[in-house]
Design a protein. Sequence first.
Length: 294
Amino acid sequence: MNRDPGLRADMDVLTRSPDATKPESSYEKVVVLPRMGDDDPANHAWADARFAADILAEHALFFALLMPEELAAKERAEALRFKDSFSELYQRIDADGPPQRSDLRSFVATVTEPIKPFIEYKARLGEAQSTGKLRSLVWPLFFDHTRHEAERWERRLKGLGTGESEFERAEVVRFWTNIMDEHARFVAHLLDPDEFELVEKAFSTATVFRRLRDDSVGGTVGALAAEPGTVIDSLAQNPEVDAVMSAVQTILDFKTQAVRDIEAGRIKSIIEPRLADHVRREALKFLNELKRAV
């Protein structure tokens, strides 16, 4: 973790390396979040809106990259308009800083309103891809995955608009374990087919997070029974924390090393480095929310 007074002196600025003073590559984006113990809904609304706008802009970019003109020119153009819209929103949020408490509701509305048509776009194209009406290179599950994220950001921001900044552990675990499960399966299908060990590790990781969605002793036992090597290694690395926390830290470490290896060409895949850093930042957000959850 790095605190850069020139960026946000009152917030944590999280980088790939805890002691880094700047991004280590052109692909890395830092994550700016309220400090632990800061429950101010205005700070959380700003940080989550900033994070969400950037993530949603990247969703649109990834759609465009997977929509060749010959297959989906209209849908690709729509995706690029969403990318530009959310990129501009991100820039405004980043420049303006946290809103005043009295402006919280109006601030939230400026973010949630643009999210609604993007949710509709993802649902519409997901259905079209599933039924064969659309022949892009976007998996139906990727449309659903990104739609669920957008819906969650809309819910989260609406709650912050009412002054509620707390995270509920059950909701955090249920949402993010599903996202981590799907990330791992995406990675498995984007790796070069010769990357046998990494493909197997990705599928094993997906199984662990599906089991841990049941945030209980039963879920941990189920994960241990399904993938004993993965779970035991995870807990061995982080014996002082619970199974979910341990698994999240482990996948964050894995994604951080993976994005470095993808950038350097040490991993054979069709994973775009921006996508690799995107999923790393989402794992980081999961870990941060879990630490705050009650």
